[in-house]
Design a protein around this ligand. Structure first.
Ligand code: C2E
Ligand code: CA
Ligand code: CA
Length: 600
């Protein structure tokens, strides 16, 4: 017999069996393991001999048409080898074997997932075949895929998230010659949320994500790590990855800078970028961790530089970061061990020259480095909760001193100003903390003025507003510090519930210019109209004093009147026993300003 003929005969035999099978009333116990299952019975080589009514009605197929057909003919070609192997295993009698694979729906061409349990019933009378218990699991799998997708992707932008990024770095680390990462953090997204609501902030994030996606394209993997943070993973290619990262960072900043329309209004945000590179990641332990730590150090430097710049990681940056961490630890120890001193600088009524109060200023002498200026240690403290300890220390010291000065001089009108960092201002429970400090010191609330910088208050306007209102409810006064150095928007004077405006020294330095004088007079009259007191900082000369007084400012502070002095010197200063003239006496840097400039 020739081979084709033998095949045809075998086929015929199978067909005959198939036609007979439904009539043979197969054992439904075996077939319908679960009522919802769709059941096929096939020969060992997958020719259909039986189809259950659930199967035929589910797929709208005619039973007679089905019988005799190859049950594997609908399986997606890619999945076919695996399905064949499983079927063969069942035929070899290895118990029920499960397969999950895709098949194509004949009528629509749609690809769906099916889970099939193959059971060997070749020896079961009335069945004599392999039983296929089939179940469509497409929706189940879609659900699982959606869950997996949700766990690794960001819902707002559809971009991968931190988990996805870490997975992809680990994957790429195995075979890439070099990896690069660009961390991008939006500057001032919080301000957008404050002004335009969260939907406005979301719109900005989505627009930025879209632009970045277009920019990155196939060159890298763009992910969103946090509310305002994106990351791009780059692999070493023809261009050194460091160059690629720097170029990408620059272009990304350009893209972010373009205005975004939020409800018809143009909103501008910028971003800061930190880049890092890892050569030969396969040879590095935990390359992802190293890459992101380094990029983060670079990003912190970019933020510290004022934002809207890209900074590559370098050893120098890491050293500086270590130094800051060391200083922070030393400052913590100093605060705990009484190593942070508070000095006081007089506030003077410009009309009559009387000292009306003092501003408390922190001083730190490092055991090895000597005096560390507040411009260095305050920002370091602000990077952590350390600044809360600093604030608490200065507040309690200043209030205790004020009580002593008032008692020592009988001057019940004296007040004290304490600087408050933005982090401290929005700290929950601040008002209660202040109330308790006042109570402990036995000082009335009205004698305390808390100074908050303009930029700190504007950074989180709503939170700042409510904190300032809570302080006002206590009876504490508040000042907007360094006015004119940040946004210089007069509208903030109206929007922030403060009692005092402290006009920055730069306005005084401008006083010789007629325009500078006009601005000064403008701020003074607007403040007066709003019922605010004006304090001008950094008055160093008689001429400056005369000008700010003529401009209508209320109080002044500066080396002309006195430098910051230790607490012990304050009573003597108030009683007029503190030396011969301005700039001299027990204050810091006891030189005349004139001498300072000539030796500088
Ligand atoms: P600030 O609040 O604006 O403090 C005024 C600064 O101007 C002080 O510098 C003071 O010494 C200086 N100053 C006063 N008069 C003159 C003058 O006539 N000419 C010049 N050139 N400077 C004058 P200081 O003490 O170095 O403080 C710098 C900044 O550090 C402060 O600015 C404040 O923002 C921050 N700071 C100081 N102490 C504290 C504190 O206890 N807590 C917080 N959060 N910040 C503090
Ligand atoms: Ca201040
Ligand atoms: Ca100031």
């Amino acid at each position: 017999m020739s081979a084709p003929r033998r095949d045809r005969l075998a086929l015929l035999r199978d067909r005959l069996r198939a036609v007979a099978a439904p009539l043979a009333a197969p054992s439904y116990e075996v077939l319908a393991r679960e009522a919802s299952d769709e059941v096929l019975v096939t020969t060992a080589d997958a020719v259909i001999t039986f189809a259950s009514p659930t199967f035929t009605s589910r797929w709208g197929l005619d039973r007679r048409w089905l019988v005799g057909r190859d049950a594997l003919s609908w399986v997606l070609p890619e999945d076919l080898p695996a399905v064949r192997a499983r079927l063969a295993a069942a035929v070899r009698g290895q118990g029920p074997v499960d397969s999950e694979h895709r098949f194509v729906v004949r009528s629509t061409g749609e690809v769906r997932w099916v889970r099939v349990r193959f059971s060997d019933a070749l020896g079961v009378p009335g069945v004599r075949g392999i039983v296929w218990n089939c179940r469509d699991v497409t929706e189940l799998r879609r659900g699982a895929d959606a869950l997996r997708h949700a766990a690794t992707h960001d819902a707002l932008t559809g971009l991968g998230n931190r988990r996805e990024l870490l997975r992809r770095v680990a994957e790429a680390a195995g075979d890439a010659a070099a990896l690069g990462v660009v961390l991008l953090n939006l500057d001032g997204l919080k301000a957008v949320n404050d002004r335009h609501g969260h939907s406005g902030g979301d719109a900005v994030v989505r627009a930025v994500a879209g632009r970045l996606a277009a920019l990155v394209g196939e060159d890298g993997l763009l992910t969103r790590l946090d509310g305002d943070e994106f990351a791009v993973l780059l692999r070493g290619g023809p261009r050194p990855v460091a160059v690629a990262a720097a170029v990408l960072a620059e272009r990304a900043l350009e893209q972010v800078r373009r205005p975004v329309l939020v409800e018809g209004r143009a909103v501008v945000v910028t971003a800061s970028a930190g880049t890092a590179v890892c050569e030969d990641p396969a040879g590095v332990q935990d390359p992802a961790r190293r890459l992101f730590r380094q990029a983060d150090v670079a990003l912190t430097a970019a933020k510290a530089a004022g934002g809207d710049v890209g900074v590559p990681f370098s050893q120098r940056l890491l050293d500086a970061a270590h130094e800051r961490a060391e200083l922070a630890a030393d400052l913590r120890a100093a605060l705990a061990g009484g190593g942070v001193e508070v000095v006081y600088q007089p506030l003077v009524d410009l009309a009559d020259g009387r000292t009306v109060g003092f501003e408390a200023l922190a001083r730190w002498r490092h055991p090895d480095r000597g005096p560390v200026p507040p411009s260095v240690f305050v920002p370091i403290a602000e990077e952590s909760d350390l600044v809360l300890d600093l604030g608490a220390h200065v507040l309690t010291s200043a209030l205790a001193q004020l009580r002593r000065w008032r008692e020592g001089t009988g001057r019940d009108d004296l007040e004290v100003g304490v600087n408050l960092s933005s982090r401290h201002l929005v700290q929950p429970g601040l008002a209660e903390q202040v109330r308790r400090a006042l109570e402990d010191a036995g000082v009335p609330a009205a004698a305390l003025c808390l100074e908050v910088t303009e930029s700190a208050a504007v950074g989180d306007l709503e939170a700042a507003r409510s904190a300032l209102l809570a302080l006002r409810a206590l009876g504490v006064r508040t000042a907007l510090d360094d006015f004119g150095t940040g946004y210089s928007s007069l509208s903030y004077l109206r929007r922030l519930p403060v009692d005092v405006v402290k006009i920055d020294k730069s306005f005084v330095d401008d006083h010789t210019e007629p325009s500078g004088r006009a601005v000064l007079a403008g701020i003074a009259s607007l403040s007066a109209a709003l019922g605010l007191l004006t304090v001008v900082e950094g008055i160093e000369t008689e001429q400056a004093r005369a000008i700010v007084r003529d401009a209508g400012c209320t109080w002044g502070q500066g080396y002309l009147f006195a430098r910051p002095m230790p607490a012990d010197a304050v009573v003597a200063h108030l009683l007029g026993r503190d030396g011969e003239g301005p700039g001299e006496g027990p204050g810091e840097g006891a030189q005349k300003p004139r001498e300072r400039t000539s030796t500088a």
